[in-house]
Design a protein around this ligand. Structure first.
Ligand code: ACM
Length: 380
């Protein structure tokens, strides 16, 4: 008969977000969200009497470094659960590592969909939870002529492929499409603005991420364009990027996301209060931070049941689990290991917060392959 081993040893988990480099503007908030949840769990006694111990690596915004750090975490640190990644290129660098070594990556960022791995739990939005509603909203309120501007990597290109399909399906057209380096600076956006002026779109769909988001919106403001008639709409511009670019620069532009700080609700208000107490009144929450936060709590609930970090044991317990997140109730969809999340559309105001213009009546089921949005049926 095996004896149950009692131990107060910590549960060691890997944490992989950039605290430095051009993605730190958003990834550092995901790091904070992760650590906030870990602190809360440890303050209430840990999991089955054992604290969580984060093993932190900073990949410095370089996608390949994420792969190397994930390998070190798993091979040298002996960690099997990793919370991390913002860009899809960093996730794709970590995928072969967790698949080969049977780890579990918890990925708290919206992405382009069309992916499934038995070694990933996806807690950010898939395209059917943000792009579909955003496209319908933009076409109804602003018009049918879209201009795409993105950073040059997999998420923007794939996200635009989906958006283009929806725009065309709904009778619209894409009148321009430009990709810039992830390291693009303010001057790099000047030729893009000239093209936008010439093309006269009704709306700009941005898949620009990281520091260059600031330069893009500032460059737009430099040109004297008006968000009332030609807004920038995005899936990635959160309260963090708005704070970085300046509230006056961001005001009037649109973002689709499961969570905004301004949504209120008991769970949301509590979360914001605790976060500001920890990081200061000027620190804002955002959708990526919120997913980084709630996914640790979902993990902790599962671990309390399994008392094991073995991916083979933990993952089946995670699937189907639910949690009262700051955005509202969320659940990990057992079919695809993505999360059923809320769909919201917000417009940035003068205080750097988002006013909510649209909200789903209930959580939207994750459909990463857009199965329910068949090409013969109208989107939305
Ligand atoms: C992203 O790269 N998934 C935003």
């Amino acid at each position: 008969m095996s004896k149950e081993i009692k131990t107060s040893e910590p549960w060691r988990v890997g944490v992989l977000f950039s605290a430095t480099g051009f993605m730190a503007v958003i990834e550092e908030t995901q790091l904070r969200g992760t650590l906030t949840a870990i602190e809360e769990i440890n303050d209430s006694g840990g999991i089955n009497g054992r604290p969580l111990e984060p093993v932190l690596y900073d990949p410095g915004s370089e996608a390949a470094a994420f792969g190397r750090c994930a390998k070190r975490l798993m091979v040298e640190e002996g960690v099997s659960t990793i919370f991390g990644c913002y860009t899809s290129s960093s996730r794709k660098a970590v995928l072969p590592v967790v698949e080969r070594l049977n780890g579990l990556l918890w990925y708290p960022t919206l992405y382009e969909g069309f992916e499934y791995s038995p070694n990933v739990i996806y807690t950010g939005a898939a395209p059917n939870q943000n792009s579909v509603e955003l496209c319908a909203f933009l076409m109804e309120r602003y018009g049918t002529r879209f201009f795409f501007v993105g950073s040059n990597y997999v998420y923007p290109r794939e996200s635009n492929r989906i958006m283009r399909e929806m725009v065309r399906h709904n009778g619209g057209e894409v009148v321009g499409e430009r990709y810039l380096s992830l390291r693009a600076k303010r001057n790099d956006f000047i030729p893009v603005m000239q093209e936008i002026r010439a093309a006269q779109p009704d709306v700009i769909f941005s898949t620009v991420v990281g520091d260059s988001t600031t330069y893009f919106y500032q460059s737009y403001a430099d040109c004297g364009f008006d968000p009332k008639t030609m807004p920038i709409a995005s899936l990635t511009t959160t309260e963090a990027e708005i704070q970085a670019m300046g509230c006056d620069v961001g005001a009037g532009h649109l973002t689709a996301a499961p969570y905004f700080e301004g949504i209120g609700g008991a769970s949301g208000l509590n979360f914001v209060r605790r976060y500001k107490k920890r990081y200061g009144e000027d620190a804002s929450t955002n959708m990526c931070l919120e997913a980084a936060y709630f996914q640790v709590h979902i993990f902790a609930k599962a671990l309390a049941q399994t008392n094991s970090l073995d991916t083979e044991v933990l993952r089946p317990t995670v699937l189907g689990s639910e949690f009262d997140a700051p955005q509202g109730r969320v659940s990990i969809n057992s079919y695809c290991a993505h999360t059923d999340l809320w769909t919201r559309i917000g417009r940035a105001n003068d205080e750097g917060q988002f006013d909510i213009l649209h909200e789903s009546a209930a959580p939207v089921r994750a459909d990463p392959y857009l199965i329910g949005y068949g090409r013969t049926v109208a989107f939305g």
